[in-house]
Design a protein. Sequence first.
Length: 185
Amino acid sequence: MAKLIYAAITSLDGYVEDADGGFEWAAPDEEVHAFVNELERPIGTYLYGRRMYETMVYWETVDAAGGPPAVQDYAEIWRATDKIVYSRTLQEATSARTRVERDFDPDAIRRLKESSAADLSIGGAELGAQALRAGLVDEIHLFIAPITVGGGKRALPDHHTTRLQLLTEHHFPTSFIHLHYRILP
């Protein structure tokens, strides 16, 4: 059975966006980006909410040629992966290998996990919170940026308890930290 993995770049105080909706402070350097690429490479399907999809669809058309190797690599990884976007307002997807679903159905995600040969990744704090609350997430990858932003959109849901086991950690020279957790029953 495939795992559902929630991954996020977050400030030290736990936000994926600051109070103004900005996240430029979360931009990974080449080493962090390459590390993320290795985590993303085995993913078979990305699950996104509309806003996360609208951010990530950049990778569909970006001309990464001549850019840093990790950026070129990620564009290829993203384009080769299936995507499901959960949105009641998005009429159609603007990227290949993408379908739009109107509702996030936990039972459908369970069936997808059971039938998938490759792991799934869920992106976006709001969709990730729904999946965590539904008990669907198997692992969490947090990339802690060396900054506090004081408020905004939280990486993990408020008023929800999740027991975790730390599997691995990695410290980057730029003071980013990667924490990899398994969800405990």
